[in-house]
Design a protein around this ligand. Sequence first.
Ligand code: ZN
Length: 326
Amino acid sequence: MPSKWSVQYRRLSPPALSSLPAILHPYLSSNFTSVSISLVNPPDLRLAPFHLAAAGLCGSPCIIDVGGPAYLHPFPNLNKKYDFLDIAAAVDERPGPKQGKGLMIGAGAGPFHVLGGNAELVPNIAWDDGIDEGGHGKVKNETRWAKVGSQGKIDCGRMNSVDEASKHNSSAFGLMANVFCCSGEQGEILKVSVHGRKGPLNFTECIRQALRLHFGEKHPVSMGGVFLIKRGKVRLHVMPDFSEKALVTPDDVRNWLRYFEVDAPLICLTTFHTEDLGLELRMEHTHCFSEDGNVGGHYHMDTTPEEVEYEAYLNTAEGVWRVDQP
Ligand code: ZN
């Protein structure tokens, strides 16, 4: 099915995963007290404490960047209603073997047209048996949403319970999404464990900067995956419902967002790039959720640096898809 949105693709030449521990270690050690990086075959990521919709992060890994903040401010563009399975179908038309099955994890904006208002989204959806126009095969949807509830607290839920009658609706989103996509197979990936932060960078920005410093602009690297924040506290933001007044400046946006400090453990889904590739990419985007389903939102920073502990499972992308670039 051809996409109703513009679709661009940039192929990447990802570095060998085996080269990354030595490249990342010195830089991460300047920001974190204890650092351990290795290649591993991770456990089944469908299980606790990860709760992904598929078992692994391998099989034609790519990153898909859909829409963007330009559709949120100064005013929301309410025509920007997307569906992860439509996006999957659009990018599955590339040359080469059809995936037939896949996983998307990352960060995005909730489907305002389904949820009845603006929300954070933590995309986490897998499909199998191919994608067809109606039924989309078998779908496992672990996607969470988070919004600001009436008491000013974080209100969370699962997309697969939004509309039991229509699984299609539950794979919807709005405005933007940044997802790591692969066929969801198990295989060797990068494990990064750090404990104690002594520098100014958050976890994803530190990895991104380390890659950027080493590879430079001639060798762009894009990555995605899942990480756990195992201990400490974290600052998140959650978007409230759409603003009635224009959000013109970055300060307008910052003042509109609601900030929360929440306790670990949290499960974070991330994508990041060292280079923009001329596609106006979101250079880093990470959303998280708690296993108990009580909190979720956009990851900014740990707020208890001595205590914080991160454990990540990441893979490099073989390409970047840009869908409906503003
Ligand atoms: Zn976000």
